[in-house]
Write a protein that binds this ligand. Structure first.
Ligand SMILES: *Cc1c(COP(=O)(O)O)cnc(C)c1O
Length: 364
C-alpha cells in the first residue's frame, strides 16, 4: 500500500522544533497547571486547566500528525468512545455496533444511551453490511474485531453508511494510525485506546478521537470542556513519549506476529491472524491494512490447556489488555466473550522473535 505514512513517521520526532525558542528544552516538558497567568481580557489565552493544557496540545499535535486529522485527547479509550456518543447522538437516534467488538462499548450503550432514548443494534463483524444501514444515525465498526480478529470492509461500509446519512466511527485501537487508516478509507471518526500499543508501555490509560468533520470536532471539544473528562498532563506526556517509538515497536511486533502465527498454524493449532492466507478475509486485509497487527487468536483443546500455556511460558505476561512491549496473553472466555474455552488472545511484544518462539513452543 502506498501512502505518506512513512513521511509522517519521519516528521513526528521533529514536530516540536517549530515551537522552540533558542535555549528551550528539546524534549516536551510536563505542564502541571490548573491556573494560567491571565490579567485583563482572557480571550485568546490559556484560561483554566479544564479547558487547555500545553502538554495535551503537544500530544494532540503528534497524534494529529500521524492521523492526518485534528485530534482530541481523552483520559481513556472509553473516555474517547463515550465522548463521541455523547457529542453526536440525541434521543430517538439508532446506532449500529459490532456484536463481537470491545464489550464495554456495548455495555455503555446499554447502561447509559438507552436511558437517553438511543437504541443500539448489533451485528457480527464478518457480515456487518448485511441488512444495510438505513435508519441509523451512527455506525460503529471495529476491524479486526477484538478478540475474534474478523474483518469488515471499511471503505465499503463507509460509502454505504454515508449514502444512508449516518456517521461512521471506527475503533482503530488494535491497528494504530500506522497499521490502518480508516479516515482515508472514508470513515468520519476514528477512536483509539492509546492505553494499548500507542502508549505501549502498560503504564497509562489514554484515548483520542481523530476527525476531519468540523462539527464533530467542535462538539467533542465542548463535551470535554463541560463534562470534565480531561486527560492528565502526565499521561499525555507518557503517550507523547510512547509515540516516538511506536513505529519501531509496532513494526517489530507485527513482523514477529506473522512468524509466530505461521509457526502456530504449522504445528496444527487453530490460529486466527489476518496475515495468514487462510484467514477468511485475508484479501480484504491486504487491501485495507498496512500491517496485519500484533494480535493472534489461538484455540487450545481446553480451558486448562490454555491456562497452562499462558501461565507456564516464561515470555508471556498473563494479563488482560494488550499492546505492551512484553508479549502478553489471556483466555478470553474468562470474561464471558463468545469464544471457545481454550481460546487465547496473544499480544506479541518486542522480544527477539526466535527467543519468543522458543519459549512459546516450549510452553505448548
Ligand atoms: C481497551 C480498548 C478500549 C477501551 O480503552 P480504555 O483505555 O481501557 O478505556 C476500547 N476499544 C478497544 C478495541 C480496546 O481494546
Amino acid at each position: 500500500m502506498t501512502d505518506d505514512t512513512d513521511q509522517r513517521i519521519a516528521g513526528l520526532s521533529h514536530l516540536r522544533r517549530a515551537h522552540l525558542d533558542k535555549g528551550d528544552a528539546v524534549p516536551l516538558p510536563i505542564t502541571l497547571a490548573s491556573m494560567f497567568h491571565l490579567p485583563g481580557d482572557p480571550v485568546g489565552f490559556r484560561q483554566y486547566g479544564r479547558y487547555d493544557n500545553p502538554t495535551w496540545e503537544a500530544t494532540e499535535e503528534a497524534l494529529g500528525h500521524l492521523e492526518d486529522a485534528p485530534c482530541v485527547a481523552f483520559p481513556s479509550g472509553m473516555g474517547a468512545i463515550s465522548a463521541v456518543f455523547m457529542a453526536t447522538l440525541k434521543a430517538g437516534d439508532r446506532i449500529l455496533a459490532p456484536s463481537d467488538g470491545y464489550y464495554t462499548t456495548r455495555l455503555f450503550a446499554d447502561r447509559f444511551l438507552k436511558a437517553f432514548g438511543v437504541e443500539m443494534d448489533t451485528r457480527p463483524t464478518r457480515s456487518f453490511s448485511d441488512g444495510g444501514f438505513d435508519g441509523y444515525r451512527l455506525v460503529f465498526i471495529e476491524t479486526p474485531s477484538n478478540p475474534g480478529l474478523d474483518i469488515c470492509d471499511i471503505a465499503g461500509i463507509s460509502a454505504a453508511t454515508k449514502a444512508a446519512g449516518a456517521l461512521v466511527v471506527a475503533d482503530n485501537t488494535t491497528m494504530t494510525p500506522l497499521g490502518q487508516r480508516p479516515l482515508d478509507l472514508g470513515a468520519d471518526v476514528v477512536v483509539s485506546a492509546d492505553t494499548k500499543a500507542v502508549n505501549g508501555h502498560s503504564d497509562a490509560l489514554f484515548g483520542h478521537v481523530a476527525t476531519r468533520d468540523e462539527g464533530v470536532l467542535t462538539a467533542l471539544k465542548e463535551w470535554r470542556k463541560l463534562s470534565g473528562a480531561i486527560p492528565g498532563p502526565f499521561e499525555a506526556w507518557q503517550v507523547h513519549r510512547g509515540l516516538e517509538t511506536l513505529d519501531v515497536r509496532f513494526e517489530r511486533m507485527c513482523a514477529s506476529a506473522q512468524v509466530v502465527a505461521e509457526r502456530l498454524a504449522g504445528r496444527g493449532i487453530a490460529t486466527v491472524y489476518p496475515g495468514l492466507e487462510d484467514h477468511p478475509s485475508h484479501n480484504l486485509a491486504r487491501r485495507q491494512m498496512r500491517r496485519f497487527g500484533f494480535l493472534i487468536g489461538l484455540t487450545l483443546p481446553s480451558a486448562e490447556a490454555a491456562e497452562a500455556f499462558i501461565n507456564s511460558c516464561p515470555l508471556i505476561q498473563p494479563a488482560t489488555s494488550f499492546g505492551g512491549t512484553h508479549t502478553s496473553a489471556e483466555r478470553r472466555a474468562r470474561w464471558g466473550d463468545a469464544v471457545a474455552p481454550g481460546f487465547v488472545r496473544l499480544s506479541v511484544g518486542c522480544e527477539p522473535v526466535e527467543e519468543l518462539w522458543k519459549a512459546l513452543d516450549g510452553a505448548l
